[in-house]
Design a protein around this ligand. Structure first.
Ligand code: 3PY
Ligand code: MG
Length: 266
């Protein structure tokens, strides 16, 4: 099995064992950004085509960069659409993350689109990058099913209400509680530290863990990461490449400006 498949399998296996895995988000469509995330010690990168501008052709290079840097890749598709899920997986990304899943039926639809027979009915072609353009055709569907991670974003009150049924659907590796969309759904847009949001995350961890499904979320700073870990989050995503760049440049710019001002006074 090629090295990258092993990385992907190991992400799934670590989630199944209840380990904490650490990822970050890529919205800057540059292979360099993905390599930097990989070289910085993260376990996986989420290529974001819901809120990021990246489309499949570019995403394919980002997946290659993840492979080169030795980390797993997950592709967040723009919506729960089998053709988007198929394209995301056929370029070779190791898994998909699907926004705004609210019902058991929607969860089943995601799994059906992401898995080949017998677990689903993902469209089959052996000529894709995922199948190494045909080189891997022998036994490919089984191997793809084994390594493909399925992550569902639960980020609204309806999804929370249906979570027990959603985590009963086979072949889900993690549910991801999106704090931003959830805060909006609770009528408190952007208030991700609100008590109701945190308590929904804590409750979701309990429900999913009882079914052996990992629960994930997103932290924009260390304080929030601490809160999420305290809630029992296992699929932890920290920071977005654009925010890291912004914070870094802002801090650097402010420091140098202060230095320039001091130099000017002398
Ligand atoms: C949310 O907070 O809604 C997310 O989807 C995190 O990216
Ligand atoms: Mg969201």
């Amino acid at each position: 099995m090629e090295v990258h498949s092993m990385k992907q399998k190991s992400l799934k296996e670590r989630l199944a064992r209840g380990e904490i895995v650490l990822g970050s988000w890529c919205v800057i469509p540059s292979p360099a950004a993905v390599e930097i995330i990989g070289y910085s010690g993260f376990d996986f990168v989420i290529i974001d085509s819901e809120h990021g501008p990246v489309a499949e052709e570019k995403a394919q290079d980002l997946v290659r960069a993840a492979e080169a840097a030795g980390i797993a890749s997950i592709y967040r598709v723009a919506g729960n659409d089998p053709s988007l899920i198929l394209r995301a997986l056929d370029i070779g990304s190791g898994g998909i993350q699907v926004p705004h899943v609210s019902t058991e039926k929607e969860a089943r639809e995601v799994v059906e689109a992401a898995k080949y027979y017998p677990g689903g009915k993902r469209g089959l072609s052996p000529f894709t990058r995922a199948a190494r353009y045909g080189l891997d055709a022998q036994g490919y569907t089984g191997r793809a099913n084994d390594r493909t991670s399925v992550v569902l974003n639960i980020e609204g009150v309806e999804g929370l209400k249906n979570l027990r049924k959603i985590v009963n659907v086979p072949d889900i590796d993690a549910v991801f509680i999106g704090p931003y969309d959830l805060s909006q759904s609770l009528g408190k847009p952007g208030q991700v530290e609100d008590r109701e949001v945190i308590s929904a995350i804590r409750q979701s961890v309990k429900i999913s863990r009882a079914r052996g499904v990992a629960c994930g979320s997103f932290a924009r700073d260390m304080r929030y990461a601490d809160i999420l870990l305290d809630c029992g989050i296992r699929y932890l995503t920290y920071m977005v490449d654009s925010a890291v760049l912004l914070n870094g440049y802002k801090t650097a710019g402010e420091s140098v400006r202060k230095m320039i001002a001091r130099a000017g006074i002398k």
